[in-house]
Design a protein around this ligand. Structure first.
Ligand code: FES
Ligand SMILES: [Fe+2]
Length: 364
């Protein structure tokens, strides 16, 4: 659906900063190469504590981070073979969440039949993805598609970031190209103009035209080879719920993958894909060091500025949640609407399922 591009006060949804995520999606919970065989880590997905571990066989598993016995955090235990062992009394659990051993019980028939909650898990793009919603729906939901990931013509820069803010604020940041003002001392963009916008049930997409001063940054990004002092470019932004993506056609694609941890905490795992003209053999050699350099000198300064302003936005929201703000960008208003709608749909689905379960119980 095409929308009105006028920059005028928008109707905002006052619940945006208080809703949760639709949990019936895949969410990243860490880099794959950050979890070695034999390691276990605690991860939080919208206040659900999850123990993510990698067995000696190399497979990763995710189970609730609370022992079946007395609720002790299982990530404090250790991995033995492909099993997770609780630190307290040594109960053992497999990757399906089944209790497969108790050190002081030798008859396996006496082991509890109850299981830990197990989370569907996938690994892709060097990321561990977990499905925190209804496991039945996990197969029908897909991961974000990153076609550049296995293409040697693209340099992939991994960008982790943590924000002490609600996930809606984090997602609005890359959709809001008007905030180039914040990055004015970093050769950021300026004179942004919103040129198109469309939205549907799952997405909000828009295009902006922006201007860059010619200099080292536009050259590194391959935006210009000319000697002109300014370059005009189109930036596409998109909210593909629950993650985001920005792109500069043929030059860069920036995938923002979010781990909403709680009402004031969001972890982000982004992949910046840059089209580079280097021989394939050289790309594989320089990929890691070059992405570290880009992270330190190009990405981090921008991110630090974003984090600083967003955390102040969150702090002020926390002090005065009823304060009304004014937004004139229709892209942000549409993104807020989508965030709230998705949560309401999720709650509705949960209610329907609960209703069905209780009806079935009454019948039996
Ligand atoms: S609390 Fe985990 S084994 Fe007892
Ligand atoms: Fe920014």
């Amino acid at each position: 659906m095409k929308s009105d591009l006028d920059l005028k006060p928008q109707k905002l949804n006052t619940r945006t900063r208080t809703v949760g995520p639709d949990l019936n999606h895949w969410y990243p919970v860490g880099w794959s190469d950050g979890l070695k065989p034999g390691q276990v880590k605690n991860q939080v997905l919208w206040e659900q504590e999850i123990a993510v571990y990698r067995g000696d066989n190399g497979d990763a598993y995710a189970v609730e981070d609370a022992c079946l016995h007395k609720g002790v955090a299982l990530h404090k235990g250790d991995v033995q073979g492909d099993e997770l062992v609780c630190p307290y009394h040594g109960w053992r659990f497999d990757g399906q969440g089944r209790c497969v051993g108790i050190p002081y019980v030798d008859d396996s028939n006496r082991l509890p039949k109850k299981c830990l909650r197990r989370y569907p898990l996938k690994e892709r793009y060097n990321l561990i993805w977990v499905f925190p919603g209804d496991p039945v729906l996990s197969e029908s939901m897909s991961l974000p598609d990153v076609p550049e990931y296995d293409d040697p013509d693209w340099l992939i820069v991994e960008i982790p970031a943590h924000f002490n803010v609600h996930f809606s604020m984090v997602n609005e940041n890359p959709l809001d190209v008007f905030h180039g003002h914040l990055h004015r001392d970093l050769q950021g963009w300026y004179n942004p103009v919103l040129v198109s916008m469309e939205n549907d049930e799952d997405t909000v997409k828009a295009e902006y035209e922006v201007t860059f001063k010619n200099g080292w940054l536009p050259r590194i990004l391959g935006l210009t080879r000319s000697k002109e002092s300014e370059v005009k470019k189109r930036i596409g932004v998109g909210y593909y719920y629950p993650h985001c993506r920005n792109n500069m056609p043929g030059k860069s694609n920036y995938y923002f993958m979010r781990q909403p941890q709680g009402p004031m905490s969001t972890q982000s795992y982004s992949l910046l894909c840059l089209k580079i003209r280097l021989p394939v053999w050289l790309v594989s050699v320089v990929r890691k060091p070059l992405s570290r350099i880009l992270w330190w000198f190009l990405i981090k300064p921008f991110l630090d500025q974003d984090i600083d302003v967003m955390e102040s936005e969150q702090a002020n929201f926390h002090r005065n949640p009823n304060r009304r703000h004014v937004e004139i960008n229709p892209v942000i208003a549409a993104a807020q609407l989508l965030t709230v709608k998705k949560y309401d749909q999720y709650l509705q689905l949960q209610d329907t399922r609960l209703q069905k379960t209780s009806n079935n119980k009454v019948k039996t």
